[in-house]
Design a protein around this ligand. Structure first.
Ligand code: PAF
Length: 283
């Protein structure tokens, strides 16, 4: 496995892999790799001849209170994990490589990025879609792999690819969870022991919502209230939103009569966590 820091070295390595007839899979990350990233890499390894992982803590997707400086950075440890997943190339650029002086061109997906995470974190998705568009142009992958925990990000990227005609297949990969249900996230490292226990409330709330729908509840407000009630019973948790939305448009549903996405954001101590669950409409 090679580690490169420049766009030109990345393009050269990808050209060489293509010359050998290999397909290219890209796993974009911000480093701090954990089991969920490794699941993306393993999937890419199964499906592609050559696997590229980008490691870049993207400043433009962080808000002023988002702790950009404190975000964990450990390329050596990330490289060891990526190598164990069979990755061929790590692209770990500097901020100046991605955003040279005078940079001022942005990729913005309308509609579904203004709600949920977009409402709570203005500018976040513009930063995500801009850097992902750049990574797509730098690497030129056949497939790119994204986790379903960041469901709204996945939808924004799928829409960007569709609307801007990127010839790339976006592969969604199911959320990887700890044995007690907590979705894997780099942010879990910020939780104290008590907060880590309290954080299981996110998955428990999603299960309550799913069980209610499966039991026949069709009023999204009642489903939401049940999930909210559970989260509010956890003293260390402070809910940002719980929403029942259409999995494609992310618009609120009036009745739960077709597949629904329950999405939530909860602050546990100082750490903001998100999670979601797709509920197949029971027949
Ligand atoms: O999901 C992430 O880690 C980031 O948002 C991504 C897609 C790597 C873009 O910086």
């Amino acid at each position: 496995m090679r580690i490169v820091a420049t766009i030109s070295e990345t393009r050269k390595a990808v050209r060489a892999a293509r010359a050998e007839g290999k397909t290219i899979g890209l796993v974009p990350t911000m480093g701090a790799l954990h089991a969920a990233h490794l699941a993306l890499m393993s999937r890419a390894r199964e499906e592609c001849g050559s696997v590229v992982v980008s490691v870049f803590v993207n400043p433009t997707q962080f808000g002023p209170t988002d702790n950009f400086e404190q975000y964990p950075r450990d390329l050596e440890s990330d490289a060891a994990k990526a190598a164990s997943a069979g990755v061929d190339l790590i692209f770990a650029p500097s901020a100046a490589e991605i955003y040279p002086a005078g940079f001022d061109a942005w990729v913005e997906v309308g509609g579904l990025t203004g709600i949920l995470e977009g409402a709570s974190r203005p500018g976040h998705f513009r930063g995500v879609t801009t850097v992902v568009a750049k990574l797509f142009n730098i690497v030129g992958p056949d497939r790119a792999y994204f986790g379903m925990k960041d469901y709204q990000q996945l939808k924004a990227i799928q829409k960007m690819v569709r609307d801007l005609d990127f010839p790339i297949e976006i592969v969604p990969v199911p959320t990887v969870r700890e044995p007690d249900g907590l979705a894997m996230s780099s942010r879990n490292a910020y939780l104290s022991t008590e907060e880590r226990t309290a954080a299981t409330v996110l998955h428990r709330a999603l299960k309550v919502a799913e069980e209610l729908v499966n039991a026949g509840e069709r009023d999204p407000e009642k489903v939401r209230e049940a999930a909210l009630g559970l989260i509010r019973s956890e003293p260390l948790a402070d809910v940002d939103y719980v929403a029942l939305v259409d999995p494609e448009t992310l618009q609120a549903q009036r009745r739960v009569e077709r597949p629904a996405l329950v999405a939530l954001a909860v602050r546990v101590g100082q750490t903001r966590l998100i999670d979601n669950m797709l509920i197949e409409f029971p027949r």
